[in-house]
Write a protein that binds this ligand. Sequence first.
Ligand code: GLU
Length: 306
Amino acid sequence: MGAGRFAPSPSGELHLGNLRTAILAWLFARSTHRTFLMRVEDLDRARAGAESLQLADLAAMGLSWDGEIVRQSERSELYAQAISDLRIRGLLYECFCTRRDIAEASSAPHGAPGTYPGTCRNLTEADQAAKRELRPSALRLRTEVDSFTVHDELHGSYTGVVDDFVVLRNDEVPAYNLAVVVDDGAQNIDQVVRGDDLLSSAPRQSYLAQLLGYQPPTYAHVPLALNAEGRRLAKRDGAVTLAQLAASGINVESARAMILTSLGLPTGSLQEALTAFDPALLPTDPWVFSTDPNAVGTGKPIGWPS
Ligand code: GLU
């Protein structure tokens, strides 16, 4: 059997929405008898101290994981190897575009928003040499498809755009899309559970996985937690981290109970929730969470224990 994982970016404390995704990843993995791995995605946006706070909160929720924690910052060799493999196969090219260049080009009549229009794909050697004088290049994948289909437990068969995405940034940091694929492959992860904001990245990642010789994983992109205004839950939304909740008198057990209730699961323990867990019964709508007593509805904050 393979493995599932939770892969937080240590950019700050986890909020209830992140913790809910972590619990779901654990439930999906454990209910399918997979191991459950913890990977810290600290190539980017890492903030001092955030990793230990995040891991402490995950443990406080009752989550346990198998084996050592893996940190992306300790795996540069692996990413370099994958990049070199792709480069030797002629599958990479240098890109000198700025964000602005891309925004302008992809808003042109034939460009699809959010996708790379291929500006640097066929530069001559001379063009490249001239551009290298001006700015450092990123490396992009020379894709041979426009789209790719993945299987998602909650979304079914999902087909999405695969453009020439970046694998090595122009500051020489491996791009998220490369690192995640290399790690999932190297760690034998065959089940990826995460927020549905990443659903549109799954086709790119699966395509790259199979280029690198890995079997693409099966996915479950779970609905995000939203605030009372319907926007993605964030720390400025009030008491949304365990520490903030504790300060307003809500202990970890109650916080976990709110999450499990939102998933339609029994709240006694994670084990009890695991016994009852059935992906087919999961709510498919986002979880609207608010600690504002004047929030929509009957005056009782949404998501709070009754
Ligand atoms: N590190 C990413 C995040 O925290 C998740 C990546 C993934 O699960 O593939 O948003």
